[in-house]
Design a protein around this ligand. Structure first.
Ligand SMILES: [Fe+2]
Length: 382
């Protein structure tokens, strides 16, 4: 018996769609919303616009924005206390992956209590969460549609993966206007994250025809649009296509899960506070090389989706073209640096590898990877 399922929220997509926020919140039955965001998004003006739409619908708002680059357990605890004291009955996130993941984690504690570590892993959440509407301001994380939240455990210095259908928001409002204010570096890093989601979900052991459609579309859209979006931040066609890429990649990885790149990235992100997408860029090509022999036909498909001409090539050679194309993309958007350049040294590798093999994302990697395998890949990434 081969059973699969596919979960997704209601999705509202298009330029100007943030205007649907007030009506969306009313439809999920909330009267006072806890709005999670961060300082950069507030500075860009998107929180003011969101509050305007919420007020127009007669909704009260409490803003929580005490966040840093990689979302941390202590920030979630503080947010959960604020939520409980606020009298709010719904949660809205306006922001990138960090505010969104924090909003989801606050939702867990709001109705389930305890500490976040109790929910690490798959399907540990027991009680329904408060209703949620998410409006992403980056094109990469895909958290607006996913059943994931990834939070740094500050004591263990690693990222915890919490995976549950309860974490799929009620409504995702994907407005490409909002990604326009990302700077070049953030556009490159978040876009590369979406790309990594597409690749890892396409070669995942849990991939299905439903996730394949979304994964391949994401790979194709990123390949055609990320360079353009990085070169000209005002290119709204490229920004819109990157928003769609992030969305489709999110649908793919939410349902097919990820692989060794994310299992490894989560450990580095917990140790060094750089953008998750930049870490992916350092690790992804090496993991692809490791995985090639497990499913060369799938990597050949990725090469084709990236526009490579593989006509007449033996399958392994065609598959290798995907790795070459990924390296060129990473270099073109300015993210090609080794983990050594961000301060990772050999002495960290044993602990990073030990934690990576426990990460839920490794379960669906197409090739079994031991602690020693992961350590060897880390060495290549330095
Ligand atoms: Fe990611």
């Amino acid at each position: 018996m081969n059973i699969s399922k596919f979960v997704a929220p209601e999705i509202i997509f298009g330029r100007g769609s943030l205007s649907q926020l007030g009506e969306s919140v009313l439809r999920i039955g909330a009267s006072k919303v806890f709005l999670v965001s961060d300082a950069d998004v507030i500075k860009a003006g998107w929180v003011d616009l969101a509050v305007h739409y919420l007020k127009s619908a007669g909704l009260e708002t409490e803003i929580f924005s005490s966040l840093t680059t990689n979302p941390k357990d202590c920030e979630v605890s503080e947010g959960a206390l604020r939520y409980q004291a606020s009298g709010c009955d719904g949660i809205v996130a306006v922001g990138g992956g960090s505010p969104t993941d924090v909003a989801k984690a606050i939702a867990i504690l709001a109705t389930n209590g305890g500490i976040l570590q109790e929910y690490e892993g798959i399907n540990k959440i027991r009680r329904p969460l408060p209703p949620m509407v998410i409006a992403p301001t980056t094109a990469g994380a895909g958290s607006e549609v996913s059943q994931f939240t990834i939070i740094v455990d500050t004591a263990r210095k690693l990222k915890m993966s919490i995976i549950s259908k309860s974490l799929v928001p009620d409504i995702a409002i994907v407005d490409p206007e909002l990604v326009q204010t990302m700077d070049v570096k953030l556009a490159a890093a978040t876009g590369l994250d979406a790309f990594t989601h597409g690749i890892e979900s396409y070669v995942s052991l849990a991939a299905t025809p439903l996730t394949d459609i979304h994964a391949l579309k994401a790979i194709q859209l990123v390949s055609r649009n990320l360079r353009l979006a990085v070169a000209d931040r005002n290119d709204m066609e490229a920004n819109t296509n990157m928003s769609m890429a992030s969305l489709t990649a999110g649908l793919a990885f939410s349902n097919a899960i990820l692989g060794a790149t994310h299992a490894m990235t989560h450990q580095v992100d917990g140790l060094i506070d750089q953008h998750h997408g930049e870490t992916n860029a350092s690790i992804l090509p090496h993991v692809m090389e490791f995985n090639l022999s497990a499913c060369p036909e799938r990597f050949r498909d990725i090469a084709v989706a990236m526009g490579e001409d593989v006509t007449g090539l033996p399958v392994m050679e065609a598959a290798m073209r995907s790795v070459d194309a990924v390296r060129r993309l990473i270099s073109d958007i300015g993210l090609a640096k080794g983990l050594g350049e961000i301060g990772l040294t050999e002495e960290f590798i044993p602990l990073l590898a030990e934690n990576a093999v426990k990460d839920a994302c490794l379960v669906t990697n197409p090739r079994p990877a031991s602690r020693e395998d992961i350590a060897n890949i880390f060495r290549k990434c330095i």
